[in-house]
Design a protein around this ligand. Sequence first.
Ligand code: ZN
Ligand code: ZN
Ligand code: FE
Length: 758
Amino acid sequence: MTGRRIEIRGIVQGVGFRPFVTRLARHMGVRGRVWNDRRGVTIEAFGSSPVLETFLARLRGEAPPATRIAELHSATIATEPVEGFEIRASREAGAKALSIPPDLATCPDCEAEIFDPSHRRHGYAFTNCTACGPRFTIATDVPYDRKSTTMAHFEMCDDCLREFEAFEDRRFHAQPNACPACGPKLALVTLDGEPIGGEDPIAEAARLLQCGAIIAVKGLGGFHLVCDATDAVSVRALRDRKRRDQKPFAVMVRDLAAAGAIGELGRDEEVLLSGVERPIVLVNRREDIPLAPEVAPQTPLIGLFLPYTPIHHLLLEAVGIPLVMTSANVSDEPICADNDEASHRLVGIADALLLHDRKIAMRCDDSVARVIAGIPTILRRSRGFVPSPIHLKHPVARPILACGAHLKNTFCIAVDDTAYFGPHIGDLESVEALDFFEEAVERMQRILSLRPDVVAHDLHHGYLSTQYALGRKDVTSVGIQHHHAHVVSAMADNGVEGPVLGIAFDGTGAGDDGTSWGGEFLLCSAESCERLATFRPLSLPGGDTAIREVWRTAYALLHDAFDAEPPIAATPLFRDVPETSLRVLSQMIEGKLNAPRVHGVGRYFDAFGAIALDRPIASYEAQVAMAFEAAADPEVLDAYAYTIDTRKAPIEVDLRAAARAAFRDIQAGSSAGKISARFHNAIVRLTIEVVELLLDQVGSVPVVLTGGVFQNDRITRGIAQQLGGSIELLRHQNVPPGDGGIALGQAVVANALLADHE
Ligand code: ZN
Ligand code: ZN
Ligand code: FE
């Protein structure tokens, strides 16, 4: 007889793991106990050696479907004379926080039940079990049990209660357990609340969608606006009503086969699409896809996702066509989550509401992921991932709230050796968004049962997240440089402590010298950041206006490259711009009037892209840059010239020669594909060159890629392929490379700076 302590990390809470362990142990005659702790699940098991070996193997092999075992440690312990096997209550303080799992997509068993005409849950839109269903979005408090969820006022019927209490049942302690007799109900109503159609809201909603209607459908973390993705008229109407010009819409499809008809799916894409988190996955679209072109105009990527609630499964099955599913809001406001709110805010946008009487306790937008140069990368960490913890290699001394950046805001709270991200807040540009931010922070603090007295924020004083941090009473606030936070976020994502050579390429971010950075080569550790190289700054005439009106940035690039004499007449891009406007632009650049100089590489992508594609306007951030990436001709292997000025400190990369060459290519009638390839190849080549130069100086340290530019597959792939084999390259996976991932770095840096201080 012997004993084992088995520590398991990963997604093992709220997925029916402890009941599974107990059933297995009792079945095999293993004695002992299991409990949840802060990191995951711990088991103490006693029995004969061979039985324990089999027990271990079966733990891995037969775990419930939503389980993800990231790590399993097993150590021998002295045997104890215990009888039977039991689930023990967790007593650890932090364990409470973890007791709320993320929302889980409908499992195959529940899916089978809702399509089984003989089952009592046939067609039931709120079917769930211990392996699936709503969690974070219905939790109102800790610990996570039914009375602390928005299911509290639904009283379970006898049948449901029996399942809930039966140890052998799939619904043993499934907190949101429900059935048609006792649970939430669907309704299809007009914006005035008048019921539409007959008995079956799903069938009626499907019929309306087939007729071209736009319906707001209540999901897990908020409402979606839904319409027929194959019908150009409906999609165009949705764009008009939502005031969303060209930004692509996500499309929900029935299954992997339907997804494969639209996008090119590799194994990694399939795994992402069908994972329990069910993110929107950006994939390369096929030619001649069965969708209206208006769904994702002028973009090679399309966002696809699979159903993740029974409502989605039933609706997709009934309607039989792919559906546009986009967050129900106007422009960049937070997603609608409340029935009353939806009926007010969606007037003039939705034709009908498919809603229900289970409240959403916390708004949570869909997550987004993409396989970038072979690595599945989370681009927006939200529904399905929140509040799953991220393990920190180095524990923080005091709990820290990190407020994130401005665009694509997400905050995080670090405590001990874990960091918890809040939901995706979006661009912090409106009062509504700030309200949502504050509400989400309050809630995360409540479920973690703590109130951090250290608050980390960006250096940019104009950011609402910074103002929030500075406005918080009785806290130590710590300003963190934007790109330092980017690099350390990637380090923490990889469990690396540094020093590293961080390459932070993005659009904008406040530097510590008052200028805007974004083309940075930084020698970083958690507590320090030294700027070793950067890009020659580019003027942004009109400031942020130039992010949309990319022809301005293109003009500034040519102005710089041609010594203040940009070849206006010869550049097609400027054909519709009045001469006077261009003269004003020159004055702004030369007089440094409302023309901030920025180091952001992203702005170079805008400028070259605008010239090559002849696209003066980006209707949303990075639209032109993404189209530019997609245009690149893979056959073209040469690169534009550039210079690296090593006499400067920091070293400066200069793209003026590249700009002149691109202009000559336009003159010569070269294709956009050729220009794009030569530009991308130049960025890859110069990055490698600078890295090799700097590693010679600082010694061999890992290289980190971070910042929004590394959502660019071509650049990332090129660098990964060409970097010498002896150099360790670290990239984002669990935390977005863009500004949505910055909060993690802020928390880790703030902790290190305070430790230095004390
Ligand atoms: Zn289930
Ligand atoms: Zn029931
Ligand atoms: Fe950034």
